[in-house]
Design a protein around this ligand. Sequence first.
Ligand code: HMG
Length: 403
Amino acid sequence: MKIKEIGKKIKIGIDKIGFAMPKYFLDIRDLALGRNENENKFVKGLMQSEMSIAPVTEDIVSLGASAAEQILDEEDKKNIEMVIVGTESGIDQSKASAVFIHHLLGIQPFARCIEIKEACYGATAALSFAKNYIEKNENASVLVIASDIAKYGIDTPGESTQGAGSIAMLIKKDPKIAVINDENVCQTRDIMDFWRPNYSNFPIVDGHFSTKQYLDCLVTTFDEYKKRYNQDLCDFDGFCFHLPFPKLGLKAINSLLEKNVEKETKNKFLEKFHTSIIYGKRVGNIYTGSLYLSLLSLLENCDSLKAGDNIGMYSYGSGAVCEFFNLTLAEDFKNHLRHDRLNDFDNRKQLSINEYENLFFEKIILDNEGNCDFSNRKLIQESDNAFVLEKVENHKRIYKKIK
Ligand code: HMG
């Protein structure tokens, strides 16, 4: 049975989607040069071209609030009853980033705000909670934000896969972009492929083991999905994957295309795949937002997509939890997206390798009273985002609306 025919319940899904990234980027070829690597290892081997670099004045709160500010109007802010931020680069062990974001955006006060964590899987769990909430509260909206800064450290194997950015999604009934369908399969494996202990600024990574786990979780989860729902490749019009680097997504789609799949079908999926990596190639890994950045890239750049198409979604968070689920594109989805977003990428400022090292790894240095003031830094004037971190006062982070 076709996915869209199952169930006559209310349709819940993504009504609006926004994306914010910092002003700065590093060309991956400059990184290769700086690390004495053949540039083709990064350009062809990982299929990466640029990395988005966040300065000290842009964190997961300012980026998350900026992504949401692009899409929300005053009516939305009155209807949001829950804000969930998925992140693994949080700014506080206790207070949820969603609470800061709720305040910065001026969302009505009677809302629940939480932060959720399971590596890159967090935002997918958030979508599921949002859907469950709206099933019981039909007129409510939920704001789901996926916000991360992926930092592996200088001269590490993961350095070429770093990135920074936030996706914001408004979830409600009768969505204008895509319906989140009911079918899904999750899988959990207690493995140590990528983790960050509280005492460490950077993750500890078993890189090759992590890529094997990512692919094996995909194949086994998709097999289970096909069995449970009696579906196959022909029930899908395209796929989006969590993209730690685009080449792993290419391996992922190839592992789904069975050997006996016709050339035409293969090309159809591969053409869509290549549009789904356009943004990720220029941003890098943004952890929990990365799957949704591929979705945005596919929706805004693929001319052959149409209303009613089903998109298979593979979410993977190290540790590990993964999920395969699917979306159906809404009637008028194309009119609720941007078609000039590539200009934002072209308008960023390119950094040299030295500038990147100084900017990305700058630490907040507090005085004895727990203060640090960035208000005179050029970084704040240069930002194109709506919010920045202006200062820390008595250990409290103070954000400023600049646009
Ligand atoms: P590495 O070991 O330095 O690289 O780092 P490599 O030697 O495996 O080379 C990479 C690719 O470049 C290979 O392609 C080479 O053949 C190719 P493949 O064989 O795999 O197709 N290559 C070249 N190609 C053309 N010309 C050349 C050339 N040289 C080499 N001259 C590694 C790779 C993935 C280990 C590293 O980037 C890393 O540790 N990354 C971080 C971990 C990661 O991204 N894991 C992905 C799965 S886990 C996940 O997705 C979760 C995550 O997002 C975190 C979370 O959940 O929170 C990471």
